[in-house]
Design a protein around this ligand. Structure first.
Ligand code: NAD
Length: 275
């Protein structure tokens, strides 16, 4: 599968990053975004479903689409690839997972050091309508959701556990129990920035790593797409795992054509046979 000299370099690595995209969870039954026939965007225009403007225009439609995705996520189980990554960390290796996925399958597989670049679908937050917040005479910060609250419509006794009890389920779009704002999934939509803490944690891990595995990512969404290139520029060994290699494969140290669940257990078994 790999050149012996490269295997020796990988085995000597002290800090490992596994950077994952939607393909990581494909074998768990969650569709990817961009693949032509099965991808989620094959059925719908992302601008109509995954932007703050779409939610402002038709919150129920956007909610319903995310409910559908949430059902797939709840039904899914971590696959052998997620488990192989978690096993490395549990064996004592310094592994950071940086994921674009919003399905929390790395956590469910047992990984602890996980940077969720694009949020978590099953967590909710309030939709901050900045126009309304700025128009309000005296907006305060809601104790339940940290969004803006106009005091008269706010429940001063609501707290975070009231918000945490609300789920992404079929039905009318729920409202924050504190301030009454519409709730939305805590994911990064097109046109929204990544959380500063998340991208900084990702850059820190990439800048310190000796090896980065890029698994199941089409490398089309910035700033996440630049992470493997950044690792290469810093001198790390970079290995791509994808059934349809990206342009990274021409520049990185090895490209393995195949699915994450099939390739990762075997690949890690070759590099770290005693773990
Ligand atoms: P993408 O849909 O653009 O690309 C998927 C990639 O996975 C492709 O390169 C494809 O060749 C590869 N792939 C397909 N099957 C694979 C397998 N079995 N093993 C390994 N690779 C496989 O996805 P992306 O690059 O992650 O980017 C888009 C966005 O999609 C991200 O922002 C992410 O938040 C979102 N997303 C997340 C999920 C999820 O949480 N599971 C699902 C769909 C989309």
């Amino acid at each position: 599968m790999l050149d012996p000299a490269l295997i020796a370099d990988l085995r000597a690595a002290r800090r490992i990053v596994v950077f994952t995209g939607a393909g990581m969870s494909a074998e768990s039954g969650i569709p990817t975004f961009r693949e032509r026939l099965t991808g989620l965007w094959a059925q719908v225009d992302p601008m109509e479903i995954a932007t703050p403007w779409a939610f402002r225009a038709d919150p129920q439609r956007v909610w319903d689409w995310h409910v559908h995705l949430a059902e797939a996520v709840r039904a899914a189980r971590p696959n052998a690839g997620h488990e192989a990554i978690a096993a490395l960390e549990q064996a004592g290796l310094d592994v950071t997972v940086i994921t674009q996925n919003v399905d929390a399958l790395h956590h469910r597989a047992g990984s602890r050091a996980v940077v969720e670049l694009h949020g978590n679908l099953l967590r909710l937050k309030s939709f901050v309508d900045e126009e309304a917040a700025f128009a309000a005479a005296s907006p305060t910060i809601c104790r339940a959701c940290d969004g803006y609250a106009v005091w008269e419509s706010c429940d001063p006794y609501a707290d975070r556990s009231d918000l945490a009890a609300i789920e992404l389920r079929a039905g009318a779009v729920p409202r924050c129990p504190g301030c009454g704002a519409l709730l939305r999934p805590d994911v990064v939509w097109f046109g929204e920035p990544l959380a500063v803490e998340a991208i900084e944690a990702a850059w820190n891990a990439v800048d310190r790593c000796d090896v980065l595995f890029a698994v199941g990512a089409s490398l089309e969404v910035e700033p996440a797409a630049s992470l493997p290139w950044r690792a290469l520029a810093r001198g790390a060994r970079v290995i791509e795992v994808n059934p349809s290699p990206t342009e990274l494969v021409g520049q990185c140290h090895a490209g393995i054509r195949g699915g994450a669940a099939e390739v990762l257990p075997e690949l890690f078994g070759i590099i770290w046979p005693s773990r």
